[in-house]
Design a protein around this ligand. Structure first.
Ligand code: ADP
Length: 337
């Protein structure tokens, strides 16, 4: 059976980008057709300055939202990365496989390190090695597919390179995984700056829709989205990034029969139905609110019984450990330890 692994970092409150780019597909498609593991990858939250209590809170919140979105522990494995030691055990072997040069070429590293330098902040070494730990997250489970948004494609490519290199050097040990992407909304952009992605670790801003935002807040954020001074509703990511982003969000949130579903409409076709930006924004806001409504309702129920969420995470970690240990043990043997 196909093995799937993917994760979410608890570096902030989950956004509409996380939902449309990743989580919704995990729920609607991946958990039903494969043996899937979904992790709150909390170790990755330590690559930048962090507040311990906040990381703990956000980890639990992310797990609760994953379940509220519809991940079903009877169908898939949901767990917290730091509960399974195999990730860090394997990461070191992969650090001994990766090169300094290839890690410095990662776009996210370049962007984040440039920002930190500009602000005069020192860089944690783990910011550079982060894609290696991510590779360990994936390879420890013999993963075939990694469903991710566009921003993570390069890291999955690196994971493939490391798997192939390790296998060539030490004998076949790892499955070589591939990234899979959603058809629409693989890169949801910030509503106030549609040239940069809607990211949960960015400063909280008016351009980010959080999954737990009230309907009124969602409406306000979308109605105030930055567009351009034109009037034509056209899908063009280059010249009309704000409008293209709204069309993608609307397409992703509106199924063919007006139902919310994984097979959103084509944003190009949707554009033809609008003769004003205002009408597009209004429909987008309502579609997002309807998409998030059931998730918010289930979140409220789950958040009132956090013991049950913790139990799911304990069971998930136990299963994950059982799957990862033989793979990581084999990797240790392969390198001569
Ligand atoms: P973030 O960048 O918000 O911190 P993570 O790195 O935790 O998100 O990624 C969790 C998943 O959400 C990944 O599969 C990532 O590709 C996806 N994702 C994150 N932001 C977006 C976005 N703006 N649009 C589409 N997918 C996204």
């Amino acid at each position: 059976m196909t093995r799937i692994f993917s994760g979410i970092k608890p570096t902030g409150h989950l956004t509409l980008g996380n939902y449309l780019g990743a989580l919704r597909r995990w729920v609607d498609v991946d958990q039903r057709r494969a043996d899937a593991l979904f992790s709150v990858v909390d170790l990755h939250a330590l690559t930048v300055e962090h507040d311990p209590a906040r990381v703990r809170r956000l980890s639990r919140q992310a797990a609760t939202l994953m379940l509220a979105a519809g991940l079903d522990p009877a169908l898939c494995t949901v767990f917290v990365q730091s509960h399974v030691d195999e990730h860090t055990r394997l990461s070191y072997l992969l650090e001994c496989t990766a090169t300094d040069g290839e890690l410095r070429r990662m776009i996210q590293y370049k962007e984040k390190s440039a920002r930190a330098r500009a602000a005069g902040e020192s860089l944690r070494f783990s910011l550079l090695s982060y894609p290696v730990l991510m590779a360990a997250d994936i390879l420890a489970y013999g993963t075939d597919e990694v469903p991710v948004g566009e921003d993570q494609t390069q890291h999955v490519e690196l994971t493939r390179d490391l798997a192939v290199r390790f296998n060539q050097r030490y004998g076949h040990t790892f499955a070589v995984p591939r990234a899979t992407r959603p058809a629409v909304a693989a890169r949801v952009m910030d509503l106030q700056d549609p040239t940069s992605k809607m990211g949960k670790s960015h400063e909280p801003g008016a351009g980010i829709v959080y999954l737990l935002d009230d309907a009124d807040v969602v409406r306000k954020k979308i109605m105030r989205a930055v567009t351009d001074s034109g009037r034509e509703v056209e899908y063009d990511r280059e010249t009309k990034p704000g409008i293209a982003n709204l069309l993608e969000i609307l397409a992703a949130c509106t199924g063919p029969s007006g139902q919310v579903g994984p097979d959103g409409l084509d944003p190009r076709e949707l554009a033809g139905g609008y003769d004003s930006y205002g009408a597009l924004k209004k429909d987008t806001a309502e579609a997002v609110i309807e998409t998030l409504r059931p998730l918010r309702e289930r979140h409220a129920v789950l958040a009132s019984d956090i013991g049950a969420v913790d139990q799911v995470l304990r069971d998930g970690a136990e299963r994950a450990r059982g799957l990862a240990r033989p793979v990581v043990d084999a990797a240790y043997r392969a390198v001569g330890l």
